[in-house]
Design a protein around this ligand. Structure first.
Ligand code: MLT
Ligand code: MN
Ligand code: ZN
Length: 316
């Protein structure tokens, strides 16, 4: 009886390293520096039922993520453990992988009405045959079931996808363009928030008491992309609260009870990607972990004791 999660992709949009980038952090990855690990784009998988897995976001790297993850591989003739996909926004790094899932396996896609409308307005998603791929429109703050898990969407400060931005762009809107997800199973709780523009009281309330928090680790400094010379946009302008500085996510959760705090959706400019960097040490000193692809987290009594044994035997 437990809640099991695998990080399929720990990087933000573009992945790490990014195909066209030799910023100082990407350069390390291109040069195979042992201090960094390559990462694919933002997604996790959760075992919502026995042998049934739900993807939370479908990344452009989904095919390679399945190749790297035995638990997600086919179990029979056109039979897959992947039964559901939950979307937290309509960004390219979170929806592009739906196209990878087009070969007529039964699936249900769960999304808010806004994100659902984004899919409907783009004919390429019609490749998911309607007779096998269902769509469930989900309201905020209304728990629903996927297999044996209870899932709840909540609005987090965010924005529409980059490709839908207009001059009337509102950053920090909580009406459902960007959501966090509360995932409960077997009395355990994981909260997944890969994009969040501000850590406000609503976000803190939602995270309180979770066994595991996976949170937006896009940029360390708000103006890191400008400093790296790769663009003018700040993290906040992209809908991503920075880790450091006033209102930064690293300290924002200090007063909240959470079992494990883990950064995910990490941009390739972010120096926390470099093991041993001052920024990496700073976040670790603040009690944060930095996720990498393939990280598995299992919360549940039986497995906890196994984990303790493992650690003991490694130390011995
Ligand atoms: C983001 O997280 O801000 C987006 O994934 C950016 C993008 O779509 O490239
Ligand atoms: Mn993204
Ligand atoms: Zn880069």
């Amino acid at each position: 009886m437990s809640l099991r999660m695998i990080v399929l992709g720990s990087a933000a949009g573009g992945g790490f390293p990014q195909w066209n980038c030799r910023c100082p952090v990407c350069a390390l990855a291109w040069d195979n520096d042992p201090r960094v690990k390559r990462r694919t784009q933002s997604s996790i998988a959760v075992e919502t039922g026995r042998g049934a897995w739900t993807l939370f976001n479908a990344s452009p790297d989904l095919r390679s993520q399945i190749l790297a993850t035995p638990k997600l591989q086919p179990t029979g003739l056109r039979e897959t453990p992947i039964r559901s996909v939950v979307l937290t926004n309509g960004d390219v790094d979170h929806v592009d992988g739906l196209i990878t899932l087009r070969e007529r396996s039964p699936l249900t896609v769960y999304a808010t009405s806004q994100i659902s409308a984004v899919l409907d307005s783009n004919p390429i998603f019609g490749v998911l045959a309607k007779d096998v791929v269902g769509r469930q429109t989900v309201e905020l703050d209304k728990p629903f079931r996927i297999d044996d898990a209870t899932i709840e969407f909540f609005g987090v400060p965010g924005k529409v996808p980059l490709y839908l931005e207009t001059e009337n762009l509102k950053i920090g809107d909580t009406s459902g363009d960007t959501v966090g997800v509360d995932i409960r199973k077997d009395g355990r709780r994981l909260v997944y928030i890969p994009g969040c523009a501000v850590v406000n009281d609503g976000v803190l309330r939602r995270v309180d008491g979770a066994d595991v928090l996976l949170f937006d680790g896009t940029v360390f400094e708000d103006d890191e992309m400008r400093k790296a010379g790769v663009g003018e946009k700040t993290g906040r302008r992209m809908g991503h609260v920075p880790l450091s500085g006033d209102g930064g996510s690293m300290t924002a959760f200090d007063g909240v009870k959470v079992g494990r705090k883990i950064y995910i959706h990490i941009n390739n400019t972010n120096p926390i990607l470099v093991a041993g960097s001052p920024e990496r040490r700073t976040v670790e000193d603040h009690g944060w972990e930095v996720s990498e692809d393939g990280l598995e987290v299992t919360v549940g009594e039986a497995v906890r004791s196994v984990e303790r044994q493992d650690r003991g035997s490694t130390a011995a």
